[in-house]
Design a binder for this molecule. Structure first.
Ligand SMILES: NC(=O)c1ccc[n+]([C@@H]2O[C@H](COP(=O)([O-])OP(=O)(O)OC[C@H]3O[C@@H](n4cnc5c(N)ncnc54)[C@H](OP(=O)(O)O)[C@@H]3O)[C@@H](O)[C@H]2O)c1
Length: 263
């Protein structure tokens, strides 16, 4: 059986860094690299070589995940890594997005993660790893990133509990909680909303986050946090009341909820 890795959102940003790291693992024969745009996936294959199997698919679409599940079941493969990385944010107020756009974020950031896990776990042997990308935004409620932070809180809790449930199968599940990372996420997130979060403290690069996540997954940790700054915020969110954490967040972002625009 061919040993494979499956990575969603593989064509850019953090996902691309996971592709790079897994490509150097000799035992992994193929990296099933998922994203919506075929051209970007073809570019990835050209740059990263033959191990890359481009799969153009929208992970927010349940029907496409079902089709993917059938393809996986018909292939003679074992999934050694599942990296649920595809996700996006919108920096805005709750009413800046339509019902459809709001629910699409939940479909990708939450339902996609759950569905991909359910489809892949039956094909994962002992010693394999699930890496789900949450965020520092999972630590506390974040006004003006309300929906995004709530989806990431789900991913964090779901993954840690899943890690316990998978112990009898010898599979680990790790929730990765990065702070701000320099990627294309911001192109999609900044919709020019009147009140929006635009101050990005402690920004890092995706290679560092991916490397720490792989090390933590290999060690069987259920949560992966990179950098002193994000660890500090994690501890703060555990010790301080959430009302206070939200006030500090708004101060940092220069947003007064009672005014019409952010400063
Ligand atoms: N950047 C940050 O500051 C930051 C911080 C914490 C956590 N994160 C998390 O890290 C993960 C990766 O984000 P990134 O920063 O690397 O963003 P990115 O550079 O925008 O990459 C997103 C990737 O996901 C793919 N994608 C988007 N929508 C998709 C869909 N519906 N179905 C399948 N693939 C889809 C994109 O390709 P296509 O457009 O071709 O589909 C792309 O490959 C996300 O879960 C994000 O929430 C990011």
């Amino acid at each position: 059986m061919k040993k494979i890795a499956i990575i969603t959102g593989a064509s850019t940003g953090l996902g691309r860094e996971f592709v790079k790291l897994i490509r150097s693992k000799e035992e992994i024969g193929e990296i099933w690299s998922i994203a919506r745009h075929q051209d970007k996936l073809e570019k990835l294959r050209k740059q990263m070589g033959k191990k890359i199997k481009p799969i153009s698919m929208d992970v927010s679409d349940r029907t496409q995940i079902e089709k993917f599940g059938k393809m996986l079941a018909e292939s003679n493969v074992e999934v050694h890594y599942l990296i649920n990385n595809a996700g996006y944010a919108k920096f805005c107020s709750y009413d800046d997005l339509s019902v459809e756009d709001s629910l699409n974020m939940i479909d990708l950031n939450i339902s996609g993660v759950v569905a991909m896990g359910l489809v892949c776990i039956p094909h994962m042997p002992r010693g394999s790893h699930i890496i789900n990308i949450a965020s520092q935004a999972a630590f506390q409620p974040l006004p003006y990133q309300n929906l995004y932070s709530s989806t990431k809180a789900f991913v964090r809790n779901y993954t840690r509990a899943l890690n316990v449930e998978l112990k009898d199968r010898g599979i680990t599940a790790t929730a990765v909680c990065p702070g701000w990372i320099r990627t294309h996420l911001y192109d999609r997130a900044d919709i020019g909303a009147a009140k929006a979060t635009r101050r990005f403290c402690g920004m890092t690069t995706p290679d560092k986050v991916a490397k720490k996540a792989m090390t933590d997954a290999d060690r069987g940790k259920d949560i992966s946090i990179y950098s002193f700054y994000v660890n500090f915020c994690h501890i703060g969110a555990k010790l301080l009341p959430q009302q206070l954490m939200m006030k500090l967040w708004l101060l940092q972002q220069h947003i007064n909820p009672c005014s019409k625009t952010s400063r």
